[in-house]
Design a protein around this ligand. Structure first.
Ligand SMILES: NC(=O)C1=CN([C@@H]2O[C@H](COP(=O)(O)OP(=O)(O)OC[C@H]3O[C@@H](n4cnc5c(N)ncnc54)[C@H](OP(=O)(O)O)[C@@H]3O)[C@@H](O)[C@H]2O)[C@@H](O)CC1
Ligand SMILES: [K+]
Length: 409
């Protein structure tokens, strides 16, 4: 079944002219669904839409006919044009749930700020949509401004109806906003200053997320032998932590850690592994051949320039590896902003899986494998401040799969 919703809008809606002379009034915003939702799910959607509005809970209400399963957005527009003249609902703006698993929705304007009867839409988080609609309706923000702050630029519509609305699963519907290298470093600083975290804590959670991702990709019963390649920075630290958890999960990790930082934290992480009799090897290529998976924890968001010794040979081996690779935060040697290098050992490197920590980095645009996000130590406020999204972790999971090949970020 083709589940891509038809979201095309007509060029103009001349009927909207009739609204131009009407005095502005705060009326409830109608909520529709372009997909199958039960009454409970619809009610939950409505609740989500009003969650951020600090006033009347009825500001978003279900339209008299709310569900337009497998129909086009145009049909809702036609219906709403008529409904809007009744004076019960705001005629100009309404909200549409497009996908049962989405926590993004559409805010639709039937007449943008230019009063030219031109419809337009923007993507919003479901929890913010009512507030966005209300602010637009009351005129606190203008349409262009709302669009600038919305998620419409980062929506990726690759629908998959295997998940239920209650999961609030992003996998199929949206791509998360990315975090550039400078912002990622600044966020790290902030977490460790005003955030009152220690680096040990962040690394422990990051490494735990890496190990859980490995488990999600292939459990130890299938892939016991994991080669963990660690670089000299914190990305390598995540790899050291992950290996410890992998050991406890039942894997047999082997470490490749050719350039150990003098920082005492790395010494402690190494000692913890040695006490568990986790082996360290100097032979990356030979060990890689005997491994079921490789974890690339060589460079993360602070990598820049051309790969220096002793890592070019390792990166080349990763690029040529027949053994699947899970990259931590970034495929090592990729530029964080501009992705794979034009030449050098990482030119053809595209790992099978990636776990982005805290938030995806811009390089994910070029990534083609399975994509996870982990590093569950940032709340909504910080995420908003740095302009990224907290992914919808489920339950106690430290990692969530968010997208796959071909998604537009
Ligand atoms: N909030 C979060 O999300 C958290 C993120 N965390 C993790 O931290 C990672 C960022 O860690 P980071 O800043 O320590 O740097 P990272 O990327 O490991 O690499 C820098 C090292 O690489 C080296 N190096 C650089 N360029 C090179 C080159 N061309 N060729 C050769 N070497 C090169 C350089 O070494 P140098 O050569 O200077 O000795 C430097 O030491 C991040 O991606 C995530 O995984 C968590 O642990 C905590 C919370
Ligand atoms: K990496």
């Amino acid at each position: 079944m083709d589940v891509h919703p038809d979201l095309l809008l007509p060029d103009r809606i001349p009927e909207m002219e009739r609204h131009h002379s009407k005095p502005s009034q705060v009326l409830p915003f109608a909520l529709y669904a372009l997909c199958a939702l039960s009454d409970e799910e619809l009610a939950a959607c409505r609740q989500q839409c009003v969650a951020d509005i600090d006033c009347d809970d009825n500001i978003v209400q279900l339209a008299p006919k709310a569900v337009f399963k497998d129909q086009s957005l145009r049909i809702i527009v036609e219906y709403h044009v008529e409904l809007g003249f009744g004076g019960q609902f705001d005629g100009k703006f309404f909200i549409v749930v497009v996908h049962p698993s989405s926590y993004t929705v559409l805010v639709v304007a039937l007449d943008d700020d230019e009063l030219q009867c031109k419809p337009d839409l923007l993507w919003s988080k479901i929890g913010k949509s009512g507030l966005v609609a209300a602010n637009l309706g009351i005129g606190i923000i203008m349409w262009d401004e709302a669009k600038d702050h919305s998620m419409h630029k980062i929506y990726a519509c690759t629908c998959n109806l295997d998940v239920t609305f209650n999961d609030f699963n992003l996998t199929s519907v949206m791509a998360l906003r990315t975090l550039g290298p400078k912002a990622a470093a600044a966020l790290d600083e902030e977490l460790m200053s005003t955030g009152a975290f220690s680096i040990d804590q962040l690394m422990e959670l990051a490494g735990l997320a890496v190990s859980q991702t490995m488990y999600a990709l292939s459990p130890p019963s299938k892939s016991p032998n994991i080669l963990v390649a660690c670089g000299p920075g914190n990305n390598g630290g995540d790899g050291l932590v992950a290996a410890r958890h992998l050991h406890y999960f039942g894997y047999k990790p082997t470490m490749y850690f050719p350039k150990q930082s003098k920082n005492e934290l790395f010494g402690r992480l190494r000692t913890q592994l040695e006490q568990l009799k986790v082996p360290f090897t100097d032979d990356f290529v030979g060990t890689a051949k005997r491994s079921d998976w490789i974890i690339d924890a060589i460079f993360g968001f602070s990598f820049s320039g051309e790969v220096r010794e002793p890592f070019p040979g390792v990166i080349k081996a990763l690029a040529e590896s027949k053994v699947p690779v899970l990259a931590v935060d970034a495929p090592s040697s990729w530029n964080i902003e501009t992705g794979p290098p034009d030449d050098g050992p990482g030119k053809d490197y595209n790992p099978d899986a990636l776990i982005s920590l805290t938030a995806p980095k811009p390089l994910v645009k070029w990534f083609k494998g399975r994509h996870f996000v982990g590093g569950r130590f940032v709340g909504e406020d910080i995420a908003e401040k740095y302009g990224f999204d907290v992914p919808p972790y489920k339950g106690s999971d430290q990692t969530v799969e968010i997208g796959s090949q071909g998604e537009k970020l």
